[in-house]
Design a protein around this ligand. Structure first.
Ligand SMILES: Nc1ncnc2c1ncn2[C@@H]1O[C@H](COP(=O)(O)OP(=O)(O)OP(=O)(O)O)[C@@H](O)[C@H]1O
Ligand SMILES: [Mg+2]
Length: 964
């Protein structure tokens, strides 16, 4: 970052020119900061831009414009963890734009109010919503949060798209708005845990409507309104980093629909503003783009913050964010001041309502009329020419809603602000009191506070452990539990927690899953300050004991406050999936992936169980060798196992993430009572067809013997990723002549390098597999030789003991040093792939239409993953990992075995030749002869004494030797 420019360098090509992007502002906040005593991060170097700088540059402009009556929008875009929420909302003392904006707004309002006349009013209302998986949730109305399908998005001919029945809460001070935003965040936390949703996939919109009613010079009341949309977008991970190349269901997820539509809208708008020919801007493609229509291309002053994570591994992602921002920069919106005489606004609303009512009264509403009136349908899709009864009904509903909305707006306009505030006062002050009490109680009463993957949703939910016993259970508990948790694997009666003279213990009920500090508990267990508790699959809490904490401080004992990441790592460690010694960057990445996948697997298992999908999941570590690579990274995979027939499918990380999003969608529908929550198996993320090809295992054929031109004839063990034997494959490699005929008996090569420069031919035969697992219906082998790009494949054969009878001729003309090195050290990895009998959640034969859609084999993704990093020497490989993820086992080093074999063959040949020389000598002696000619010796050695040897013998190669 330098001035207004952001530069980015490709970490894999540091000598290349950096790419430069110019923006209105560029901020660096990655380092050069210190934390002061209040926890505020302030600059310790000249580069660091703190929250104040960002607000002064961006937030203040929004504030000024809101006062002038312009609609304003500010949205934060960027990958997960890049700092969107930090900039928009902030954490602790590091308040972001939203709270500072609210604070400054009310400071200015209060200053105005001091000298305001009776006819002057300054009104602020707050709305807060979340878009998750194309569904809108009103975060200020917990009752609607788990409503089926979310709230409806409708269209108003003047104001554009809006959310039907969204709470709009009048607020009168910073404290009130802060309290309401906290309430919204708390509701969001509970909803995301309840539905097992990934919060970084949600878009959050805080909408502040600021209305000023002031008399103009002539004394006429004027209403000036500004809608300020503050948008924290979902993480922008590109399709190929979290998407699922290789998954037949890759198109299925709606999770990112809003974000990809946003990209399309921005592109279309950028094209329009750079003068490209008229394009239709696809606002209607997603809920987000509908709601942001004004912000993006209409009456609004709009700012976009592009948040970046400047680590090497985020290069691609960062570049794509910068490109996105660059495109957005080209868009020009046209904001106008929203100011009208108050009377006129009221009159217009009244007139419009009269028209609408008249239409409704006539009953015989034609869709064309309705569509013309309301601007072409809203949430229902907008087919103007439709004339089905259902659509007329829908139109009617929209009209009624519009009438209701106008009515409400009219009444609000007529009411004084005092009257409106009075209506809400009770609930707001009760809320604030409750909040204050909660904060005070947290200082003295032991309690559990939540940990969430999203730091913005951490410590939002608190459950107190009062003196005596309290039951913990889900909403179905009868009588209701004192502490209610909802979410995956929470039982109606889950646990009992006891507080006896400040000694706290917890006892799980039968079958209830609770981990304390990563370890499953089955009996009453005492809790200590900062213990980590996982209830079910995804309710993570920290136990806070104020008295214990005070004691610790007194005794000078320091305890770290747990974080979501540290608690997840602990679980992975206790499950034997972490190597604490691994400290290299690659180890850290691997460990992170393991933690991520373990969490995913736990949740997927809980969902499978609740939805009765009859499959279970495991984390699997696959060594590069098991994936057919000589070296590289260990891959973290997820194995799905059918509980019906024990069939197995291996998913790579991307596929697992994609599948989990789809599982969450189904689960969300299930939780919100959607009748048709289940999907046909072709779309079911818990289902795999039987004819999905799977990797049974692989065998390594070492080529050392070929380097000496010896035959190889091996029955190799096929091992799976755990090192378990899955059968055998019979393979031969036979060096041969140019015409692929047998070599002579003595054609072996003593020193492989002697082959360099000569031609080499051999035939590879893959004869059969034996002893494959009984659930395998069909199988085939594939392998790559030397520098092959593509796999060579045998036919697919239907049998547990398939005969492939495959052969392929190879030639290397001439042999290079590199090829010799390949033969000496390398191997051919023979991958054995198969199709199982029966699919994943039914014993019935599979639905072949699914497989024929050209799905790639699941486990094949492993080999399609990122380029393996040869430098990585993964320590996890050698970790003695307990079940369920054992490290690959090598029973006997096949390379050494091949070498030994080749030496044995050479020794045998040499011994044979020595024997024949000795026999000749003995025969000559017997005949009284004492000399033997070189020609005779050569004949005995097979006539093949090579050039190097001849040289060693001197120039006169036909000189006679004397038998000593
Ligand atoms: N400017 C900054 N200075 C210091 N710390 C920051 C800054 N920006 C972000 N962080 C820290 O980085 C972490 C991730 O930031 P944040 O939660 O804002 O990411 P996000 O973009 O909202 O991610 P998600 O898409 O998952 O919601 C937080 O712990 C936050 O405190
Ligand atoms: Mg965030």
């Amino acid at each position: 970052m330098s001035g207004k420019t952001t530069e980015i360098k490709d970490p894999e090509n540091m000598s290349a020119e950096p790419r430069r992007f110019a923006f209105d502002y560029s901020y660096w906040s990655h380092d050069q900061f210190t934390e002061n005593s209040e926890g505020y991060l302030e600059p310790s170097g000249s580069k660091y831009a703190d929250q104040k700088v960002v607000f002064d540059d961006l937030g203040r402009g929004v504030l000024d414009n809101a006062w002038k009556g312009y609609n304003c929008s500010l949205f934060a875009y960027g990958q997960t963890g890049s700092g969107k929420s930090y900039s928009m909302v902030g954490y602790g003392s590091n308040k972001g734009i939203v709270p500072i904006f609210c604070d400054e707004l009310f400071k200015a309002v209060e200053a105005k109010r001091i000298n305001a006349g009776a006819d002057e009013e300054y009104q602020v209302t707050l709305g807060m919503l979340e878009i998750y998986n194309e569904q809108v949730r009103d975060l200020l109305n917990p009752k609607t949060i788990s409503q089926k399908g979310g709230l409806k998005v409708r269209q108003d001919p003047k104001k554009g798209f809006y959310v039907e029945q969204l709470t709009s809460c009048p607020v009168n001070s910073y404290k009130e708005i802060d309290n309401k935003i906290n309430e919204g965040t708390r509701n969001r936390t509970v909803a995301s845990t309840n539905m097992n949703a990934t919060s970084s996939r949600a878009h959050t919109i805080v909408a502040i409507t600021f209305t000023q009613k002031t008399p103009n010079e002539t004394g006429q009341s004027m209403t000036r309104t500004a809608v300020v949309n503050l948008v924290d977008l979902a993480g922008s991970e590109r399709a190929d980093s979290t998407g699922a190349t290789g998954d037949r269901l890759k198109e299925g997820s709606a999770i990112n629909q809003s974000l990809s539509s946003l990209g399309n809208v921005i592109k279309a708008l950028a094209d329009l503003s750079t003068g490209k020919k008229k394009t239709v801007v696809p606002y209607r493609d997603s809920v987000l783009t509908k709601l942001l229509q004004n912000a993006l291309g209409g009456n609004s002053k709009t700012i976009m913050i592009a948040a970046l994570s400047p680590a090497d591994i985020n290069y691609e992602e960062t570049l794509s964010t910068l490109r996105f921002a660059d495109r957005a920069k080209a868009i020009k919106t046209t904001a106008t001041v929203n100011e009208s005489p108050t009377d006129r606004l009221i009159r217009e609303l009244r007139e419009e309502n009269a028209r609408l009512m008249e239409m409704l009264k006539q009953g015989g509403l034609s869709p064309e009329m309705a569509a013309a009136l309301i601007g072409g349908a809203g949430g229902a899709g907008g087919n103007n020419s439709a004339n089905s009864g259902k659509e007329v009904e829908e139109m009617k509903k929209q009209l009624e809603e519009q009438v209701r909305k106008n009515q409400e707006e009219m009444e609000n306009m007529k009411k004084t602000w005092q009257e409106r505030m009075q209506e809400n006062k009770g609930s707001i002050s009760a809320n604030m009191e409750e909040d204050n009490k909660r904060q005070e109680d947290r200082k003295v009463i032991p309690h559990l506070w939540n940990l969430n993957e999203d730091p913005a949703l951490t410590a939002m939910v608190v459950h107190f452990v009062n003196e005596g016993t309290s039951k913990i259970g889900n909403k179905k508990a009868s009588p209701p539990a004192e502490i209610t948790l909802s979410g995956l694997s929470i039982l109606p009666a889950h646990a009992v927690v006891t507080n006896k003279n400040s000694n706290i213990s917890i006892k799980p009920m039968e079958k209830a899953k609770i981990l304390v500090n990563g370890q499953r508990i089955i009996k009453d267990t005492q809790l200590h300050h900062n213990d980590r508790l996982l209830f079910g699959a995804n309710n993570m809490y920290v136990f806070h004991h104020p008295q214990d904490e005070a004691k610790n401080i007194k005794e000078g004992k320091k305890t770290e406050t747990p974080t979501f990441d540290s608690a997840q790592e602990e679980i992975a460690q206790k499950a034997g999936l972490m190597n604490t010694e691994g400290k290299s960057a690659e180890d850290m990445i691997l460990q992170e992936e393991v933690v991520q996948m373990l969490q995913l697997v736990n949740e997927a298992n809980a969902m499978s169980e609740e939805l009765d999908k009859k499959v279970k999941f495991e984390v699997a570590l696959m060594s590069p060798q098991a994936r057919g690579l000589k070296d590289g990274r260990t891959a973290v995979m997820v194995k799905m196992i059918s509980q019906v027939n024990n069939n197995e499918w291996m998913w790579d990380k991307n596929k697992a993430i994609n599948r989990k999003s789809l599982m969450q969608e189904i689960y969300q529908d299930f939780v919100s009572g959607e009748e048709n929550w289940d999907v046909p198996k072709e779309k079911d993320p818990f289902w795999e067809p039987s004819d999905q090809e799977i990797l049974i295992g692989s065998a390594h054929l070492h080529l050392m013997s070929l380097a000496h031109a010896f035959d190889i004839e091996e029955t190799l063990a096929i091992t799976d990723y755990k090192g378990k034997e899955m059968g055998h494959v019979k393979v031969t490699c036979k060096p041969c002549t140019k015409d692929y005929k047998d070599l002579g008996e003595d054609d072996f090569v003593d020193e492989p390098n002697e082959m360099i420069g000569k031609d080499f031919y051999f035939i590879l035969k893959l004869e059969n597999c034996r002893g494959l697992p009984p659930n395998i219906a069909k199988s085939r082998c594939k392998y790559k030789h030397y520098t092959d790009d593509k796999f060579t494949e045998t036919n697919e054969v239907e049998s547990m003991n398939p005969d492939f009878n495959f052969e392929k001729k190879y030639k290397q003309t001439p042999v290079t040093e590199q090829y010799i090195n390949y033969l000496k050290d390398g191997s051919i990895v023979i991958e054995v792939w198969g199709r199982q009998k029966g699919d994943s959640n039914a014993g019935a034969p599979s639905n072949s239409t699914v497989a024929s859609k050209g799905a790639k084999p699941a486990a094949n993704n492993a080999t399609q993953q990122k380029k393996p990093d040869n430098k990585v020497n993964n320590k996890l490989k050698s970790t003695p990992a307990p079940a369920p993820v054992p490290a690959p086992v090598v029973k006997e080093d096949p390379k050494i075995a091949a070498e030994l074999d080749s030496y044995k063959k050479r020794t045998n040949e040499a011994e044979g030749k020595l024997g024949s020389i000795q026999d000749q000598i003995a025969a000559k002696r017997k005949n009284g002869q004492t000399t033997i000619t070189i020609e005779e010796l050569e004949a005995m050695l097979g006539g093949n004494v090579n050039h190097t040897r001849n040289e060693n013998l001197g120039e006169n190669t036909s000189k006679a030797c004397v038998i000593q």
